[in-house]
Design a protein around this ligand. Structure first.
Ligand code: ABF
Length: 238
């Protein structure tokens, strides 16, 4: 990873926290991925860090919360979250997102949907000029019940814009399917470019297939996105 990319992640994350976390916030969602590492780092530097509880979106995020000396809570205990910070694989001009590259999409969407505000932090490679389908070349991640993966792979072929889909494999030798924190599989489905006005519809169509737990399409959930640029500036998209 180039130091430019790493620097842009850190700047975006620090700025998002500094500009948006208020003393009145007592429940804070902490997402997943390599950019959120810097969110947790910044939260961990705050003098009042014991005044808020952090809600994780998965195993990695739980570890981040604990390793930065933050208070760990759960979405079971706190279903109303004041503010959440998370990463993204791709962001379109209307702040629709593709998420789930890290296979935590269900919990990420759960925390996002419980949050009054969702701030996305990302480096410049994640910003699509207009439509989703540029920056993230793996397609739309879909979390599925293991027994249903073949059925869902077939069902997806009937949807408008479908190009291809495959189960995500992982591990050192890519010998078996990636298994999520919910013991589910991930399908990555390529729908090419997804026009802004079709993101919600495509999400609903995929979600309605029996066997699908959640999709990595996040429509109308983002309050603002902080994008670290190559020149060291941070763009705030609202
Ligand atoms: C999570 O981490 C995901 O939804 C997304 O797939 C990924 C972004 O990771 P990074 O910040 O490492 O680019 O937020």
């Amino acid at each position: 990873m180039s130091s430019l990319v790493e620097q842009s992640k850190k700047l975006a994350a620090y700025q998002a926290v500094d500009e948006n976390l208020k003393d009145s916030h007592s429940v804070v969602g902490v997402g997943s991925g390599s950019t959120v590492v810097y969110v947790a780092e910044r939260l961990g530097q705050l003098k009042n860090k014991s005044s808020f509880v952090c809600i994780p979106t998965g195993f990695q995020s739980k570890e981040l919360i604990l390793s930065n000396g933050l208070r760990l809570g759960s979405v079971e205990e706190y279903s109303s979250i004041d503010i959440a910070f998370d990463g993204a694989d791709e962001i379109d001009s209307q702040l629709n997102l593709i998420k789930g590259g890290g296979a935590c999409l269900m919990q990420e969407k759960l925390v996002a949907s419980c949050s009054k505000q969702l701030f996305i932090v990302a480096d410049y490679r994640k910003r699509s000029p207009e439509k989703l389908g540029h920056a993230w070349r793996q397609g739309v991640p879909i979390e599925v019940v293991p027994a249903a993966y073949n059925k869902v792979l077939n069902d997806l072929k009937n949807l408008e814009g479908y190009k291809s889909a495959k189960v995500r494999y992982g591990g050192t030798f890519k010998a078996g399917p990636v298994v999520t924190d919910n013991s589910m599989f991930i399908i990555d489905a390529d729908f090419g470019e997804i026009p802004v006005e079709k993101v919600s519809t495509l999400h609903s169509q995929i979600k309605s297939l029996v066997g699908v737990l959640e999709t990595g399409l996040f429509a109308n959930m983002t309050t603002a996105a902080y994008i670290g640029n190559e020149d060291g500036s941070v763009a705030t998209l609202t």
